[in-house]
Design a protein around this ligand. Structure first.
Ligand code: SF4
Ligand code: SF4
Length: 340
């Protein structure tokens, strides 16, 4: 693929060029330290150098709350919601967040394909950007490199004075056409190092998880965890939701909606009759970790955690997912050695 050079001060021009093709969603600064993917109104507001957004691009395909249908109790009729393709360019996406989208594609396609998510996914194009790992990222431990271009249409690799820009797909080539760019001639990206590592690859973690059901770390973590569910709600690969019906005051009309839910929240495992089958925060934490490294991973071979570090960065109680997994690894290795 031909590589071009995009000077730092031409980023806004390039975003404006893309805005003439489709709506563009990109990271924007929020307050002092936070970033969020939003629709671009002013290309100059786009921030390409950011550690992570609080929410990933998942929110555009699986909105935090959406109406599924409306119904009429008088004539027993209902009307399905009519989700539309997002059909936009997602600009400045990190490799782990696109990997998360691909995992959600799997979740919503396997078994009974889920119409709303899959409809919204249509037409989405992705322009990726490399990043320097901060103290929370560990995507390298789950096989996702900051410079990984897989699945992107266009990729920007950060240099000191600008970006190497290359089209990865024919759709990506189409996005570059009409924007005048010089070829990239010299300069290598500075490769930052991950400060966080999970000590074993996923292929071996499955065995570790298998032997970790009764590990003490679950009870120890319970002492700090407040069950706020933040770790679920910021996670780009969490996709659990609750479905609720509501009826208006005349008891003739109503709607069915779904909203994000999370396994760390008490109500998530509450069933009819008021029984809560994961009352203990230790059991909820184990379930969260097993959802990321055991249950789906046993059939796909991939971690369902993409190493973004959000759950640790935003945890109310400073609980680190990497520390939990590495503790399980260390205890498993200790037990294996002592059994020799
Ligand atoms: S964000 Fe932290 S404190 Fe809140 S439920 Fe998750 S692990 Fe517990
Ligand atoms: S479990 Fe944590 S680190 Fe892994 S994908 Fe979810 S938020 Fe990111």
């Amino acid at each position: 693929m031909v590589q071009f050079f995009l000077e730092r001060d031409r980023i806004a021009d390039f975003v404006s060029h893309l805005m003439n093709r489709k709506p563009v969603y990109a990271p924007h600064a929020k307050g002092q330290k936070s970033f969020a993917f939003e629709k671009v109104d002013n290309a100059a507001d786009v921030v390409l150098d950011y550690p992570r957004t609080m929410q990933s691009v998942k929110k555009f395909f699986l909105p935090p709350r959406e109406q599924l249908l409306s119904f009429n109790l008088t004539d027993n009729s209902f009307q399905d919601a009519d989700p539309q393709p997002v059909d936009a360019i997602f600009f400045g996406v990190h490799s782990y967040d696109l990997a998360a989208v691909h995992r959600l594609d799997y979740n919503f396609s396997e078994g009974n394909p889920e119409r709303n998510y899959l409809t919204r996914r249509q037409g989405a194009l992705f322009v990726g950007v490399s990043y320097s790992p901060d103290k929370y990222h560990f995507s390298g431990s789950v096989g996702i490199d900051p410079f990984d271009t897989a699945g992107f249409d266009v990729f920007l690799t950060k240099l000191l004075d600008g970006y190497v820009l290359e089209a990865i797909t024919t759709e990506g080539e189409g996005l570059l056409s009409g924007f005048d760019l010089p070829p990239h001639e010299a300069g290598k990206p500075a490769r930052g190092h991950f400060q966080q590592h999970i000590y074993l690859p996923q292929a071996k973690l499955s065995t570790v998880m298998e032997h970790s059901y009764k590990n003490e770390v679950w009870d120890e973590t319970k002492e700090k965890c407040v069950g706020c569910g933040t770790c679920n709600l910021v996670c780009p690969t969490c996709y659990c939701f609750n479905v609720e019906d509501s009826v208006d005051i005349t008891v003739t009309e109503g709607s069915r909606s779904r909203h994000w839910d999370g396994c760390m929240l008490r109500g998530f495992s509450e069933v009819a009759g008021g029984e809560v089958f994961r009352e203990s925060l230790a059991a909820r934490q184990r379930h969260r970790i097993f959802r990321k490294f055991k249950y789906i991973s046993e059939s796909t071979g991939e971690a369902w955690c993409i190493g973004c570090g959000r759950c640790t960065a935003y945890c109310t109680a400073d609980i680190s997912i990497v520390n939990i997994v590495n503790r399980l690894v260390a205890d498993f290795e200790k037990a294996t050695v002592s059994n020799l």
